[in-house]
Design a binder for this molecule. Structure first.
Ligand SMILES: [Ca+2]
Ligand SMILES: [Ca+2]
Length: 198
């Protein structure tokens, strides 16, 4: 390995060390604001409203979760508290009592300006107590996720949702990182010129 490639390697190493790496974490509850035009089911004094989809409660009791009052398809919008780079969606569907709930759905990701960042394929779901995790290639800069329920059995019933990801980091390097990169590249250029003139 000659000196130029060694210096180039050093410059790249400095750049990598200077780039903060956030740990992927669950995006839940107050990080998500759900909205929908779907009606909600009521049972006696109980209301199965959209806010139950992100209240952090995933248990069977007390019948917690959103239910769409007999509507089997429709859109629920999740607005996130900031932009995230997302790599999975977790669905707590209905519990498997009489087998209602979501059967298939699609996710569409949107950036901060409402621009589409792409959609998932139509994904399948089953009624069960355990959460279902849907992993996908990382989608960067997501501010809003549209959940389009395509089919359900009896009605849409969702106990809870979450995403997994990291807060989006600006693509522009930090000033000090940028300066280190320039210094490294300058050294490489200097050494290359010396080699050429030698
Ligand atoms: Ca809940
Ligand atoms: Ca149910």
């Amino acid at each position: 390995m000659n000196r130029t490639s060694t210096l180039l390697g050093a410059a790249v190493a400095v750049f990598l060390l200077s780039t903060p790496v956030a740990q992927a974490a669950a995006i839940t509850t107050t990080q998500i604001t759900p909205t929908t035009a779907l009606p909600f089911f009521t049972y006696g004094s109980q209301q199965f409203t959209i806010g139950q989809i992100n209240d952090g409660i995933t248990a069977d009791s007390p019948f917690n979760g959103f239910a769409s009052n007999g509507i089997t398809a429709g859109r629920i919008t999740f607005t996130l508290d900031q932009t995230y780079d997302i790599n999975s969606f977790t669905l707590w569907n209905d519990i498997n009592v009489v087998n209602e709930g979501v059967r298939s759905f699609k996710l569409t990701f949107e950036g901060i300006g409402g621009n589409s960042l792409g959609s998932s394929a139509v994904l399948t779901a089953v009624s069960q107590l355990a959460p279902q995790v849907y992993s996908f290639a990382n989608v960067a800069g997501v501010k809003t996720v549209q959940l389009d329920v395509v089919t359900s059995n009896l009605q849409i019933e969702i106990r809870e949702v979450a995403f997994n990801g990291v807060p989006t980091v600006s693509a522009v390097p930090e000033p000090e990182t940028y300066a280190l990169m320039l210094a490294g590249l300058g050294l490489v250029g200097f050494m290359a010129r010396r080699r050429n003139s030698a």
